[in-house]
Design a protein around this ligand. Structure first.
Ligand SMILES: CC(C)(COP(=O)(O)OP(=O)(O)OC[C@H]1O[C@@H](n2cnc3c(N)ncnc32)[C@H](O)[C@@H]1OP(=O)(O)O)[C@@H](O)C(=O)NCCC(=O)NCCS
Length: 328
């Protein structure tokens, strides 16, 4: 039996209105706009206001995706949400989204794979769509990373921002036919990026909070090397698995402009083939690719690559990495 084809039926994105500029970070830590711009490419990032959570961004992005798809929420069979900053440890944020959308027929669960979250969630959705179990799956990637960022640590606080993107994958699709997916992990790198306190092993105490153990710690230089080689490998793997397609464009995880540039040079690709928006949003982890994908689609960037291979690829805490190859 041939497996059903599926692709993108609708996309949407949501970022908070509040902007944190590099100049504002200069007031918090010993850094400068010049250093941040040169070392990361980031000029500003967004932050959710008090009282808001990632669910607010996810709901807004999903409503736009439903509108774009011209679908009623009751047509959704499943909602998979990738996030490491859920509204609450339990229940899953995707259930809140399901209720707000009125997606009464959809099952809902969350996935934790950090910056690779949207790739993992798409891999999972693909199994339900290719097997014929479901026809319409809403996949969301979103974060409120500013809530777990340590604004006393200059090497990490400059990087992160908030945002969410949503994609409706469907057997009744209009673009971006998903051809091949990949997800991998190496748990020996568990400590490379970690939020130590706040889970079942180390519940938050006043002492742990005073020591910022509930905030994110990253070993940036280790991530840097891992990220460049993984991005190159992931793109090459997708090219090999789609020999009938010419490479069109890449929508990578928006991690650091220098990482993206180093990988681009190794892949010997011109910069206009890689979609980048890191200067405006920083690294929004699971939100990064779906926000970039929605922009790249709505601005017409991806339509320049019709019939070609479009690769999405990401890497992050866990360590985890993954990719999706689409025929645009
Ligand atoms: C974090 C990152 C921007 C640091 O850039 P880098 O070029 O690797 O810089 P280094 O860590 O080698 O630090 C170089 C110097 O800059 C300093 N520095 C670090 N952050 C700084 C800042 N915001 N402003 C000014 N100086 C800074 C360091 O203290 C160091 O000083 P030293 O040489 O006196 O010790 C970069 O490694 C990165 O983007 N890594 C991956 C990001 C990541 O982990 N993302 C999340 C997972 S996907």
């Amino acid at each position: 039996m041939t497996r059903p084809s599926f692709g993108i039926r609708g996309t949407g994105r949501a970022v908070p209105d509040t902007v944190i500029t590099n100049d504002e970070l200069e007031k918090l830590v010993d850094t400068s706009d010049a250093w941040i711009t040169k070392r990361t490419g980031i000029k500003e990032r967004r932050r959710v206001d008090e009282g808001k959570g990632v669910s607010d961004l996810a709901i807004e992005a999903s409503r736009k995706a439903l509108d774009d798809a011209g679908m009623d929420p009751t047509e959704l069979d499943l909602i998979v949400m990738a996030t490491v900053t859920p509204d609450h440890p339990l229940p899953a944020t995707s259930c809140k989204v399901q209720a707000a959308l009125g997606a009464t027929k959809a099952a809902a669960f969350d996935i934790s794979a950090a910056c690779t979250g949207f790739m993992y969630a798409t891999n999972v959705a693909a199994q339900f769509l290719w097997s014929g179990t479901y026809k319409n799956v809403l996949v969301i990637g979103g974060e409120t990373l500013t809530r777990i960022t340590n604004y006393e640590d200059r090497s990490s606080c400059i990087l992160f921002g908030d945002g969410a993107g949503a994609v409706i994958y469907s057997t009744d699709f209009s673009c971006g036919e998903v051809r091949s997916t990949k997800m991998e992990a190496d748990g020996t790198g568990f400590d490379v990026m970690i939020q130590r306190a706040g889970g079942g092993l180390l519940p938050c105490t006043p002492e742990l909070i005073a020591d910022n153990q509930h905030k994110l710690v990253i070993h940036g230089r280790e991530v840097y090397k891992f990220a460049v080689s993984r991005m190159v490998e992931l793109v090459r793997d997708q090219i090999e698995r789609n020999p009938d397609l010419e490479l069109g464009a890449i929508v990578p995880h928006q991690v650091n402009m220098r990482i993206i540039e180093a990988a681009r040079e190794r892949l010997d690709l011109p910069s206009e083939r890689i979609y980048v928006n890191i200067e405006r949003y920083g690294n929004t982890s699971a939100g990064s690719i779906p926000v970039a994908l929605d922009e790249a689609r709505r601005t017409g960037f991806l339509d320049q690559h019709k019939g070609k291979l479009v690769v999405m690829c990401a890497f992050g805490a866990g360590l985890t990495w993954g990719s999706v190859g689409m025929r645009w």
